[in-house]
Design a protein around this ligand. Structure first.
Ligand code: GDP
Ligand code: MG
Length: 332
């Protein structure tokens, strides 16, 4: 469904119940971003009587403030300048919806060859590796995803390959209990690749559908960490040449530009297939989703919208943008 069809349905109340439910999660999760960003946008529209150069400058700043990224802010402002000429618009109100339209257009253009869905095998085992620095939300996201697949009737297994800290193993075990799925674990300080080997063997023997692998976010240094991830991958590939089916880099949206730096570093050394962007509920800078798409060209596959077991959603650009701009949209 196109973006404006969706908006129309939101306005006329024609949405399906499950659509409403997902949209509500996005609305709630993006509350902070919407408040800050929305307020600034409203001020912008209130303060300018005409669309002039000052207006565009202010708009650019507002977009950068929401962390959409420098290049993206410039691209959108430029596209809007064209639009103003095209429509011969004089008042900001005339282009209010066009800003949102441009954001969605740009998002869709940049992602034309990207796959947003997780690569889940119809038959046989799917292995998903989670990577990312400490504290970004790897373990939590694994717990949430395990819960979802379990509810869909899939057989799920977790591998506690973050053996660097004892607490990390226990934390995954707790999530395993919450989700009602088994966890393969070793000793703290043990070899993560050995845990992964055991988990893959068990997954094969027990006809598991989805194996989710937790990894350490920090070792003695970055080179060690990258070597460890490579070793884990080799162990998986020896047993299943097609796996891992996804290597998901988890990023904390509240860290803004720092998340971008992490993404660049991981992308250089590991074959990241997609992103999990967590804690969108905790930031006023949800625009980072756009920066990631436009500047890194990695698909955001899942977003974390809260700490609860149900607060993980497949990334839906339309729901996201509607959640971001709800108060700003004008019925035309
Ligand atoms: P890890 O070190 O990467 O495994 O990170 P954890 O899974 O341990 O998460 C670190 C903290 O972030 C925990 O307190 C989580 O509850 C919190 N967290 C994870 N995802 C989200 C989210 O989407 N929203 C919020 N608000 N908190 C989250
Ligand atoms: Mg962890």
């Amino acid at each position: 469904m196109g973006f404006f069809d969706k908006i129309k349905r939101a306005f006329t109340g024609e949405e399906q119940p499950e659509e409403v439910e997902v949209q509500e999660k996005y609305d709630k999760g993006l509350e902070k971003t919407r408040k800050t960003f929305g307020e600034r946008m409203n001020e912008l529209f209130a303060n300018f009587r005409t669309v002039d150069e000052d207006f565009f400058e202010e708009l650019e700043e507002t977009l950068i403030g929401a962390d959409v990224g420098f290049e993206t802010a410039i691209q959108i402002t430029e596209a809007l300048r064209q639009e103003v000429k095209l429509r011969n618009a004089k008042k900001p109100a005339e282009i209010q919806n066009a800003i949102i339209e441009k954001l969605v257009d740009l998002y869709e253009e940049e992602g034309i060859n990207e796959v947003n869905e997780l690569n889940i095998q119809e038959d046989g085992l799917t292995v998903i590796l989670f990577v990312g620095v400490n504290g970004v939300g790897k373990t939590t996201s694994i717990g949430k995803l395990a819960h979802q697949y379990k509810n869909e009737g899939k057989k799920v297994l977790l591998a506690a390959a973050d053996t660097f800290r004892a607490g990390a193993i226990d934390q995954l075990v707790v999530w395993g209990e919450r989700a009602g799925v088994e966890v393969v674990r070793g000793n703290a300080g043990g070899d993560p690749a050995a845990v992964v080997y055991d988990a893959v063997e068990r997954a094969k023997n027990e006809q598991v559908d989805v194996l989710l692998v937790d990894t350490a976010g920090r070792l003695q240094n970055k080179v060690n960490l990258m070597n460890e991830l490579e070793k884990i991958k080799r162990v998986i590939q020896r047993e299943l040449p097609e796996a891992p089916h996804e290597t998901l880099l988890v990023l904390d949206a509240t860290t803004g530009q720092n998340a971008m730096v992490q993404a660049k570093q991981f992308k250089e050394t590991t074959d990241v297939t997609g992103l999990v962007l967590t804690k969108l509920d905790g930031t006023a800078k949800g625009g980072i989703v756009l920066a990631i798409r436009n500047e890194l060209h990695l698909p955001v596959k899942l977003v974390g919208l809260g700490e609860g077991i149900d607060d993980l959603e497949p990334f839906e650009p339309n729901d996201f943008v509607v959640g971001l701009f709800k108060g700003l949209l004008k019925e035309e």
